[in-house]
Design a protein around this ligand. Structure first.
Ligand SMILES: *Cc1c(COP(=O)(O)O)cnc(C)c1O
Length: 345
């Protein structure tokens, strides 16, 4: 397929196994675009690793997760009474963080399971520590699968104190659980927290460093679909922009529908900046934007902004052009890209 994620399956699986073995209580996070791999593929991997639980981001992601994975499915987005797409199932664990929601959810079918979330310095969702007692009162017959905290990424490596103080809150609370789901500590911090709180079961919720923890095992690649000779001044594309020099125009797989070029291109702005660019001799000065595609060892320029399914790149005559059908490398942000295919090689 034209715009693909190539996975060195043996190397990637080795990384997944090593990571899972080294991470006691691991709960893999599988949300959004499935970190570039797609959620179903990742869910199947978790089954192979023999783990008992995954975490998804939203309720629309739940039915697919229940189909693709045999264990429990926790939902990161907290339950709200106005959600119309909630799946109630013995394997689904809902997140709660407001008294009113706990009261409303208490009317759900018996056996409905929840994690009670604390509002950390992240300030995204969760109960203030002073609300926990009231939350416990409101739980009724809801089954508590654990307590959860989500810590900021900016503090990665400095989150231990906050995690430790929430662990103390959990241990002194009336919540009927000793399981604490924790997001965003370092491996060392998880180990220390376990030592400090031996009566708690600490369960790390991890996505990125599991799925994307060995970037050498994966490669985003695009197929060259067409190549044309162009002369300096020749006009091309939707915008009929003149080409800056003699060279090649390459049409490659991967456009805005795949998530290519969605970040604002860093074009030169202001006279000083433009002057610097001219001094560097870059095409930036002529208003061209650098593309994420690499050809003949260099990152190449967009000939014009990317289209839905393809991008047009300018390659100077001095470069060694690829052939139609060749694969080229492309730098992507794995959490926002959509591949035509994921190929386990
Ligand atoms: C996305 C998310 C995670 C996983 O984050 P990574 O940085 O991908 O490991 C964990 N917890 C919560 C609450 C999240 O939203």
């Amino acid at each position: 397929m034209p715009f693909a994620l190539h996975v060195n399956a043996e190397r990637w699986h080795r990384h997944l196994r090593t990571f899972a073995q080294a991470t006691t209580g691991l709960v893999p996070v599988i949300k959004g675009n499935g970190y570039g791999f797609g959620r179903d593929l990742l869910a199947a991997e978790v089954g192979d690793l023999g783990l008992d639980m995954i975490t998804v981001g939203t309720y629309p992601e739940v039915p697919g997760a229940l189909d693709a994975f045999a264990g429990d499915v926790m939902v990161l987005t907290p339950w709200r009474p106005f959600f119309t797409d909630v799946t109630y199932d013995a394997r689904v664990i809902h997140t709660v963080g407001r008294i009113a929601d706990v009261e409303a959810l208490a009317a759900a079918p018996t056996g409905t399971r929840v994690v009670v979330e604390g509002e950390t310095s992240m300030s995204r969702h969760g109960f203030d520590r002073h609300e926990l007692a009231a939350a416990v009162q409101a739980l009724g017959t809801l089954e508590v699968a654990g307590f959860a905290i989500h810590l900021p990424l900016a503090g990665l490596g400095n989150n231990l104190d906050e995690a430790q103080s929430w662990a103390a809150v959990l241990e002194t609370s009336q919540l009927e659980t000793t399981t604490m789901f924790v997001s965003h500590l370092t491996p060392g911090e998880y180990a220390v927290l376990r030592e400090l709180r031996p009566n708690l079961t600490i369960r790390p919720r991890i996505g990125t460093s599991l799925w994307l923890g060995d970037l050498g095992a994966i490669r985003a690649r695009a197929t060259v679909l067409d190549i044309h000779n162009v002369g300096r001044g020749e006009r091309i594309g939707y915008r009929q922009r003149p080409m800056p020099r003699d060279g090649y125009l390459l049409i490659v797989a991967g456009g805005t529908s795949h998530g290519i070029g969605l970040e604002a291109p860093k074009t030169a702005s202001g006279i000083v900046q433009r002057g610097k660019s001219v001094a560097r001799g870059g095409l930036e000065a002529a208003g061209f934007a650098l593309s994420p595609f690499t050809i003949d060892g260099k990152q190449r320029w967009f000939a014009e902004p990317p289209h839905m399914q393809v991008s047009m790149l300018f390659l100077p005559a001095s470069a060694d052009p690829p052939a139609v059908g060749d694969w080229i490398d492309v730098a992507v942000r794995y959490t926002t890209v959509t591949f035509d295919s994921v190929d386990l090689l």
